[in-house]
Design a protein around this ligand. Structure first.
Ligand code: C5P
Length: 396
């Protein structure tokens, strides 16, 4: 029973494919999951709540209130109860409402309150599926981190042939199983990620910074969130955006601000991935007025910043702590020393010697060293794929 103990909210909307949702609920239950059905009003035109509640052993939720006794159905509670939400079938109308937050029924409010990952299995006629508005709305859902189970091609309810048939329940079950096998393990986990450079102020217009773009840290944040984690992303000054609703972004500028944010949050976390290129030193004094040029030599006194990784290493209780290392010489030996000194569980080594790896690139080439003495080397990949490798490894 691969879904044993998992809580699945199954959303059903008004499509002829709704009848297949009964088989899907049955398959989830056979694998050990608990299933709560949430239906749109038009979903009930296609399949009765009685059939579904008999299969799941739980009353179907469809209205905001139960008319006879005024009981309120809490979409917020459902959002916290679920380990996964699956919307199958998802009509063009529901997909459009999800993309735009039009919360006029219980399924959409549940979706908007959902803490767990969401899978969407569209079902509609081929022209509706191919319409630019559907394509755009599905892209918007992807950008929210929702997992789209592409519809299959075949004969449709209209007897036309094309792409738009909801994927078969067995295939949706497979997708849910692989979600839990791979990343579902991050469901409800809290992960701190630091990303980007820090700026250390010299005067009101100048700073000491570095070339870090934040791309690797942001890719890690998106990947963790896509796998169901609640991500706290402490970001230095970068020009990147996040989309996923489960990424809470805290913008900081200096190493000291990053230290404050990271140490505040860390005790509540299950893991921390420290990807930021934190400045090791800051100017001893920050001058209030812009420093004027003159012909004398100028000396800037620097004092060391706190080492966030090392402090978290001391604070660590059960958290998994992951650092990065960028070395120019004796890479492995230096990375190992760093892992030990900072009490890390893993260190991700990226080399400046490899073309396309490191600062500002969209690609990266890494090795992951663990405190158990293993070393795994990976080929050059996009930072999004590198993020997958890192998450697979550290949460294996
Ligand atoms: O010592 P070094 O800067 O090379 O260590 C790199 C690792 O330590 C990275 O994970 C980086 O985010 C973290 N670090 C930190 N605070 C610092 C310096 C580095 O968290 N002040």
């Amino acid at each position: 029973m691969t879904l044993k103990g998992k809580h699945i909210v199954l959303g059903i909307t008004g499509s002829i494919a709704a009848y297949k949702a009964a088989s899907l609920a049955r398959l989830f239950i056979k694998e050990g999951a608990e299933v709560q059905i949430v239906m749109t009003p038009s979903g009930k035109e296609f399949i009765t709540p009685v059939t579904l509640s008999a299969l799941t052993g739980r009353p179907v939720v469809s209205e905001f209130f139960t008319a006879n006794d005024g009981t309120w159905h809490s979409h917020v509670d459902l959002g916290m109860w679920a380990d996964l939400m699956v919307i199958a079938p998802a009509t063009a109308a529901t997909i459009g409402k999800m993309a735009n937050g039009i919360a006029d029924n219980m399924l959409i409010t549940t979706y908007l309150s959902m803490k767990a990952s969401v899978m969407v299995a569209p079902a509609m006629d081929l022209d509706m599926f191919a319409h630019p508005s559907t394509t755009r709305n599905i892209e918007i859902l992807r950008s929210y981190g929702n997992i789209i189970i592409e519809p299959a091609a075949g004969e449709l309810a209209s007897h036309l042939i094309g792409k738009g048939r909801m994927e078969e329940p067995e295939k949706i079950l497979e997708a849910a199983k692989s979600f839990f096998e791979k990343g579902g393990s991050l469901s409800k986990k809290k992960v701190l990620i630091t990303a980007g450079p820090t700026y250390e102020k010299i005067d009101p217009v100048r700073f000491i910074g570095n070339y870090s773009s934040g791309k690797m840290g942001f890719a890690l944040a998106e990947e963790c969130a896509a796998r169901g984690a609640e991500v706290y992303l402490v970001a230095g000054p970068v020009s990147l955006k996040v989309n996923h609703p489960n990424i809470h972004r805290i913008d900081v500028e200096s190493a000291e601000q990053m230290y404050q944010a990271a140490t505040d949050i860390f005790p509540q976390m299950d893991a921390a991935i420290l990807c930021a290129a934190v400045a090791d030193y800051r100017p001893k004094e920050q001058v209030e007025q812009k420093i004027k040029r003159n012909d004398d030599e100028m000396t800037l006194s620097l004092v060391p910043n706190k080492d966030i990784a090392a402090v978290l290493g001391q604070m660590k209780t059960a958290q998994r702590l992951v650092g990065f290392a960028l070395e120019t010489n004796d890479e492995v030996a230096n990375a190992l020393k760093k892992m030990e000194r900072k009490n890390l569980d893993f260190i991700v080594l990226n080399s400046l010697n490899d073309a396309g790896a490191g600062f500002r690139h969209d690609t990266n080439k890494i090795a992951i060293l663990s405190k158990d003495g293993t070393k795994e080397d990976y080929p050059l990949k996009s930072k999004a794929d590198v993020a997958k490798d890192i998450i697979d490894r550290i949460f294996a």
